[in-house]
Design a protein. Structure first.
Length: 138
């Protein structure tokens, strides 16, 4: 399954009911195309880094989707483009990054285990004896 994070910034002039209604509309559209909604986060109203369509604030919503193909993502993006309440959106495929992170994590674990096998444990000193030759004492 592919995993996508879709960030949507809505106009700050919307009421809470409008935001809930928009979120439900986007959720239903994704589910109709076969996507599973893993998580919906509503961050609320935040200040934007720069003005977008004459707005200095926006309402952030993050949808996490899982699906086999990108049909739901394309449908959501199409709806975002025609919606007046959406001022900006961004879709990121994150399953490849998660897979890569797991690979590096496994590699670090393997390296740590290898180092622990080759290095003596802390607190255990190897038994070495020092012998002094007869003529070397000072």
């Amino acid at each position: 399954m592919r995993r996508y994070e879709v960030v949507v910034i809505l106009a700050p002039t919307l009421t809470e009911d409008d935001v809930e209604q928009s979120t439900e509309t986007f959720k239903k559209a994704a589910e109709e195309k076969g996507a599973q909604i893993a998580e919906i986060e509503q961050w609320g109203k935040r200040k934007l880094a720069y003005p977008i369509k004459r707005h200095t604030e926006g309402i952030y919503i993050i949808l996490t989707l899982e699906e086999l193909s990108a049909e739901a993502v394309s449908e959501l993006e199409r709806r975002f483009k025609v919606s007046d309440s959406v001022i900006r959106f961004l879709t990121v495929r994150v399953d490849l990054d998660l897979k890569r992170a797991e690979k590096f994590k496994a590699r670090r674990k393997k390296k740590k285990e290898r180092n622990e096998r080759t290095r003596p444990a802390k607190g255990i000193q190897s038994e070495t004896t020092v012998t002094v030759a007869a003529g070397d004492e000072k």
